[in-house]
Design a protein around this ligand. Structure first.
Ligand SMILES: [Zn+2]
Length: 103
């Protein structure tokens, strides 16, 4: 009986946010194999996170290819939008109204 994925989805609140956050470490190769597998499992069943991961991975490969050049703003925009929508979906859009981050 190994088919059961033992992902501790007890944290429904920040499940995706956690996953997104870990994606960066995942991409940086800073995670243990155990963590990687946990993330991989999450990506397997969570499309939004998978897409975010895809964007991030693409972004990084571009950055790596162009070294100091900044990635095209369109791609950065897509990544930011993907992360934002993921975050909003996870937060249940509790923030009513579009408030651009004004410092
Ligand atoms: Zn997710």
């Amino acid at each position: 009986m190994v088919g059961m994925t033992e992902h501790s989805g007890s944290s429904e609140d920040g499940g995706c946010q956690e996953a997104i956050h870990r994606l960066y470490h995942y991409l940086d190769g800073e995670l243990t194999e155990e963590r990687r597998r946990a993330i991989q499992a999450h990506l397997d069943e969570c499309n939004p996170c998978l897409e975010a991961y895809d964007f991030e991975a693409e972004l990084r490969s571009i950055v790596a290819g162009h070294c100091r050049e900044q990635p095209p703003s369109t791609l950065r925009d897509r990544v930011a939008a993907a992360l934002r929508s993921e975050r909003e979906a996870a937060a249940g859009r509790r923030i009513g109204g579009s408030t651009p981050g004004r410092s």
